[in-house]
Design a protein around this ligand. Structure first.
Ligand code: ATP
Ligand code: MG
Length: 270
């Protein structure tokens, strides 16, 4: 049983975000300093596992990150994958679709970013925007977003069936934490580049987004592509949960470095 399996959204069960405190640190007894040490250890382990994954060229790993604005997706990628060889790790950040993308089905722009054998793909936002922002802004009515849940489950089943391990994380922050982080984007000149004038409009729709997340995560958490709701007000705990879940999943894959050519033993390079 995994250390943080209590944050996994059980398939078929109704998720209630209000029942999960964004400040929670359940599953880890230590303090922030100990948490950071553990993240460092996990990071070293992740480096090893990623090298094996890449060298073996057999398995694929997809990591989906979703969050409200300022939820910490960028910081999670930076800390959890710090020092991991960029060769073999691809990050795709999904922004508002272009006219050409909008002219296709919603998965058209997503699929090319799925990981190849030996790769880790990290999706910073994803196809879930098409049942989140698209729902909240009425770009897709109820019939449309409900149908998309089914398309998403089918799509992820396809990826998983073809050998991709899928882990999905919703970084769960409180409304007050978001207020502080957005305020910092205004007050701190070094963070101003992250500010978007849309952030305040989106924040005003907080409750609609929470509802959309609850419905989407409840409908699409499956055994093959589970969602984790990660309490994310504390960065160290967020990094710890994501790292631990990733390392556990990779460790379960029975990765190994290829043995090399037969007869290599004892060969002298002249
Ligand atoms: P941060 O969390 O740090 O604010 P971000 O992921 O919001 O970073 P931005 O460049 O600020 O990055 O915003 C990307 C925007 O693109 C988001 O507002 C998101 O909702 C929007 N977006 C992504 N996919 C879609 C989609 N399919 N349809 C409409 N909007 C989308
Ligand atoms: Mg943003």
């Amino acid at each position: 049983m995994s250390a943080f399996s209590h944050f996994r959204v059980q398939p078929g069960k109704r998720l209630r975000l209000a029942d999960i405190s964004p400040q929670k640190t359940k599953g880890f007894d230590g303090d922030k300093e100990q948490g950071r040490d553990r993240v460092q250890q996990l990071n070293n382990r992740l480096e090893e596992l990623q090298e094996q994954l890449y060298a073996q060229g057999k398995h694929r790993l997809l990591v989906v990150l979703q969050a409200m604005d300022a939820g910490g997706k960028d910081g999670t990628i930076r800390s959890v994958f710090d020092g991991v060889n960029p060769q073999g790790v691809k990050v795709a950040s999904f922004k508002a679709p272009t006219a050409k993308e909008l002219a296709h089905d919603f998965l058209w722009r997503i699929h090319p970013h799925a990981p190849a054998a030996g790769e880790i793909a990290i999706w910073n936002r994803s196809h879930y925007e098409d049942v989140l922002v698209a729902r909240v802004h009425d770009l897709c009515n109820e019939t449309c977003w409900r149908a998309r849940y089914e398309h998403i489950v089918a799509f992820e089943n396809l990826l998983a069936g073809e050998g991709t391990t899928i882990l999905k994380f919703f970084l769960h922050i409180s409304k007050d934490e978001q207020r502080q982080r957005l305020q910092e984007r205004i007050d701190d000149p070094k963070k101003r580049w992250k500010w978007s004038s849309r952030d305040l409009d989106e924040r005003a729709r907080w409750d609609d987004y929470q509802q959309a997340y609850e419905d989407a995560l409840s409908a699409t958490s499956t055994d093959r592509a589970p969602w984790y709701v990660v309490p994310a007000d504390r960065n160290w705990f967020r990094d710890l949960v994501v790292s631990e879940v990733l390392v556990e999943a990779l460790a379960a894959l029975d990765l190994r470095l290829p043995p090399g050519d037969p007869g290599i033993e004892g060969l002298q390079v002249t």
